[in-house]
Design a protein around this ligand. Structure first.
Ligand SMILES: *[C@@H]1O[C@H](CO)[C@@H](O)[C@H](O)[C@H]1NC(C)=O
Ligand SMILES: *[C@@H]1O[C@H](CO)[C@@H](O)[C@H](O)[C@H]1NC(C)=O
Length: 93
């Protein structure tokens, strides 16, 4: 059997911040900002450990903003963002 070649392209991870970062009340609108270390083909927002993304933004340079309107108790979870870099084209969460 031929050996399997796995090409791993590593791109630096993005970071996520919440605005406003404090005193968020039920019903408020908040923005999650995914900060990108490099330009992205697309950026996706996920609930932590959920493989279905909430929203995707295409062609972002430095930051992708995701708005969550009317915060409910069930929105108080961890979130993750993932992007696909343009060059190199690896993805990182
Ligand atoms: C949230 O945004 C909606 C429009 O998207 C607006 O009607 C509403 O007043 C906003 N709520 C708060 C608490 O700012
Ligand atoms: C996973 O995320 C999707 C998109 O936001 C949502 O519709 C679904 O209810 C979530 N599933 C769980 C188990 O939280």
């Amino acid at each position: 059997m031929a050996p399997m070649v796995v090409a791993l392209i590593l791109v630096p991870p993005p970071s996520l911040s919440l605005h406003p970062s404090q005193r968020v009340s039920l019903g408020d609108n908040v923005t999650l900002c995914c900060h990108l270390p490099q330009p992205a083909a697309w950026v996706r927002l996920y609930r932590y450990k959920n493989t279905t993304y909430i929203e995707q933004k295409d062609k972002e340079e430095r930051m992708a903003e995701f708005s969550l309107a009317g915060i409910k108790p069930q929105d108080a979870v961890r979130y993750q963002c993932q992007y696909q870099g343009l060059e190199p084209p690896g993805t990182s969460k």
